[in-house]
Design a protein around this ligand. Structure first.
Ligand code: AMP
Length: 286
């Protein structure tokens, strides 16, 4: 596995592959890799000649009170896992090369960024959109892979890729879960043992709501209240940023569930903020 730290060299390496007619697949991450990340890597390996994975803990997507400093980092573990998956290139740029003196551009996606996590994490999605736009311009993939776990993020990325005429496919892959249903996340290591057990309430609650919708309940307000009540009843849940049923294209809240719907929640367990979601179709029953 080739390890590249300099954006210009990454750009030239990708350019060389493209010139030779090879397709490049790209998996951007912040490291502390788990099976969720590796599922994206495997999908990219299946669909492309060359797979590039990036590890970059992006400072501009963290708020001043968020966990940029504490964010889990495990470069040795990550390198081993990516080596085992036979990844071709690991791109690990240093922050000053991504944001040199004088850097002054931001990618801001209106509307979608203002929903769900938007009000609770000001500036987060423009931080994500800016770094992902830079990474896509550096790696120049034919396809880039993202997890449904961060559903709002996938909408933000698809939107700027379309609006800015970037010629690549954005592929969204299913959420990989622990045995009790908790969505895998690098932040799960923050949970103490009892908090970790309690966190299973998130998947249990989403599943219950999804089953109710499939069984014919179309009242979005009823489902929202059910989600809220179930989550807040769990003693280890210390806060609820949002929980509800949303249009999966616009993220507007759905008072009535007629077709595709997104169940989405952001829950605090102790100081750890966890998000999860589930797509459901009221008519097709899936
Ligand atoms: P992160 O390192 O948390 O920024 O995540 C990098 C990529 O992995 C993003 O596209 C995430 O949506 C995706 N990802 C994170 N957790 C999971 C998971 N449990 N299942 C599938 N994809 C995931």
């Amino acid at each position: 596995m080739e390890i590249i730290r300099i954006p210009r060299i990454m750009q030239d390496t990708s350019g060389g592959h493209i010139l030779h007619g090879r397709t490049v697949g790209f998996v951007p991450t912040m490291g502390a890799l788990h099976e969720g990340h590796l599922s994206l890597v495997r999908r990219s390996k299946q669909e492309n000649d060359i797979t590039v994975v990036s590890i970059f803990v992006n400072p501009i997507q963290f708020g001043p009170t968020e966990d940029f400093r504490e964010y889990p980092r495990d470069i040795d573990g990550d390198t081993g896992k990516l080596g085992n998956e036979e990844v071709d290139v690991l791109f690990m740029p240093d922050a000053p090369l991504m944001y040199p003196e004088g850097f002054s551009t931001r990618v801001v996606v209106d509307r979608i960024s203002e929903r769900l996590c938007g009000p609770f994490r000001p500036g987060h999605f423009s931080g994500v959109a800016t770094v992902v736009a830079k990474l896509l311009n550096i790696v120049k993939p034919a396809r880039a892979y993202f997890g449904q776990k961060d559903f709002q993020q996938t909408l933000v990325i698809k939107q700027f890729v379309k609006d800015l005429d970037m010629d690549m496919d954005i592929v969204v892959c299913p959420t990989i879960r622990e045995r009790d249903g908790l969505a895998m996340s690098s932040r799960n290591v923050y949970l103490e043992k009892s908090q970790r057990v309690a966190a299973a309430v998130i998947y249990r609650t989403l599943t219950e709501a999804s089953e109710l919708i499939k069984s014919g309940i179309i009242d979005g307000v009823y489902i929202r209240e059910l989600l809220r009540n179930r989550l807040l009843k769990e003693p280890f849940v210390s806060g609820l940023d949002y929980a509800g049923v949303y249009d999966p294209l616009t993220l507007d809240e759905l008072p009535e569930i007629k077709g595709d719907a997104l169940l989405a929640v952001a829950v605090k367990i102790g100081d750890t903020r966890l998000i999860d979601n589930m797509l459901v179709n009221a008519v097709k029953g899936r």
